[in-house]
Design a binder for this molecule. Structure first.
Ligand code: DGL
Length: 274
């Protein structure tokens, strides 16, 4: 791997706006870094598509970031992290590719002293057993229960983060993994980068005894470590963020405003074609 130029931005990719939860954590942890974000909103959701299609889409999106010039790729989408890391590493051998599943699994294991972990993710991430494998690699005796929550993605993209509809979807998804005739999970990992937007409702349904964790801050830590290991930390103290999406700047801006809790205007979002 040749050493990339430290002045280049970090490329961050998701199927939509969910990866902004990861972008936010990276910006907080590494304020000097320029961040180039791409949400493939035209082809979302990825979570119900086949592994081959997810890998193909992810490589195309990453190609766009690489063509613009990035020093690292962060796959801020669990579904793409579950299916596309080998294809991405093969396609871009000179750029380190960091996914969100190992960092999310590490956060879950840290929050569950007895190893009882519930995983909420997309259908595709659950069928790949991606979290089960990553958690068991860290803790072989972990008791992992998984639940596909595909509707959460649409709710998050719609900006519906609380209220009756969200609560009833959350109850339907979460109750089965709480009541298995065995002790409740100690932690629930939000194994999809869209789900942190629904965190208050998920926490309400899960109850006060269950820790809710996601991969955002542990991924930011992994990125910080990887930059330092390669000696490619940004040379400037304050970085810029540039947003790109493959469809509808107004929609991206509306939901990004909720995600980032600061105003994002449609004019802040560049529309690109892959
Ligand atoms: N944000 C993606 C993830 O983390 C999934 C959303 C989608 O289905 O496209 O899995």
């Amino acid at each position: 791997m040749t050493r990339p130029n430290p002045a280049l931005p970090i490329g961050i990719f998701d199927s939509g706006i969910g990866g902004l939860s990861v972008l936010d954590a990276i910006a907080a942890r590494l304020p000097g870094e320029d961040l180039l974000y791409l949400g493939d909103t035209a082809r979302l959701p990825y979570g119900t598509k086949s592994p081959e299609t997810v890998a193909r889409y992810a490589v195309q999106a990453a190609q766009h970031l690489v063509d613009r010039g990035v020093k690292m790729l962060v796959i801020a989408c669990n579904t793409a992290s579950a299916h596309a890391i080998p294809a991405l590493s093969a396609a871009f051998p000179d750029i380190q590719v960091i996914g969100v599943i190992e960092p999310g699994a590490a956060a879950a294991v840290a929050a569950a002293p007895e190893g009882r972990i519930g995983v909420l993710a997309t259908e595709s991430t659950v069928s790949a057993n991606a979290y089960q494998k990553a958690i068991n690699a860290l803790r072989g005796d972990a008791d992992v229960r998984q639940q596909a929550c595909s509707v959460f993605v649409a709710l998050a993209e719609e900006g519906w983060i609380e209220g009756e509809v969200v609560e009833s979807a959350a109850r339907r998804y979460i109750e089965p993994i709480l009541n298995h005739g065995r002790p409740k999970p100690e932690a629930l990992v939000l194994g999809c980068t869209h789900f942190p937007l629904l965190r208050p409702t998920i926490a309400k349904i899960a109850g006060p005894d269950i820790a809710i964790v996601d991969s955002a801050s542990t991924t930011a830590e992994a990125v910080a470590q990887a930059l330092t290991d390669q000696g490619i930390d940004a040379p400037t103290p304050s970085g810029k963020v540039h947003f790109m999406a493959t469809d509808s700047a107004p929609r991206f801006a509306r939901v990004a405003t909720i995600f980032l809790d600061r105003p994002i205007e449609p004019g802040d979002v560049e529309i690109v074609d892959l």
